[in-house]
Design a protein. Structure first.
Length: 134
């Protein structure tokens, strides 16, 4: 059985990373601790920590990338919720065995050196769901 330990992060699609960082820092009082580009996902990310959970801001580096397409279709806002699991590959296999449609059949490298894998929102009540492990 998949047993997430906590919400690893909430991914939020933004059009302008610098403007969004300013909001999280100046209005909410959080501190951006990392900015990272993930070229294969065509995205630039910024991370904030609040308790055990992180907020990941995602700015597209290519209008044809997943975040660019998401913003064009739905606008800025919550993009995905990520759960920390012990083993991403195992969690993906278990989800698939329960009839969940996968975006990733195998874990791949994501931001912060995590192994990540996504479940299709058509199988998860409209919520793009990510598993993450170290």
């Amino acid at each position: 059985m998949i047993k997430p330990t906590h919400i690893e992060h909430i991914g939020i699609a933004v059009s302008n990373l610098n403007e969004a960082i300013a909001y999280y820092e100046e209005v909410l009082g959080l501190k951006c601790y990392a900015i990272e580009e993930v070229p294969d996902q065509k995205v630039k990310t910024a991370f904030f920590k609040i308790g055990d959970t992180k907020i990941e801001l995602l700015e597209s580096t290519d209008p044809e990338g997943p975040i660019g397409k998401f913003i064009e279709k739905k606008g800025q806002g919550i993009h995905h919720i990520a759960f920390a699991v012990e083993n991403t590959d195992e969690a993906l296999k278990q989800a698939e065995s329960k009839g969940i449609q996968l975006i990733d059949k195998q874990a791949r490298k994501g931001a912060e050196n995590l192994m990540i894998g996504f479940l299709h929102p058509k199988s998860t009540f409209g919520v793009l769901t990510e598993f993450c492990s170290k």
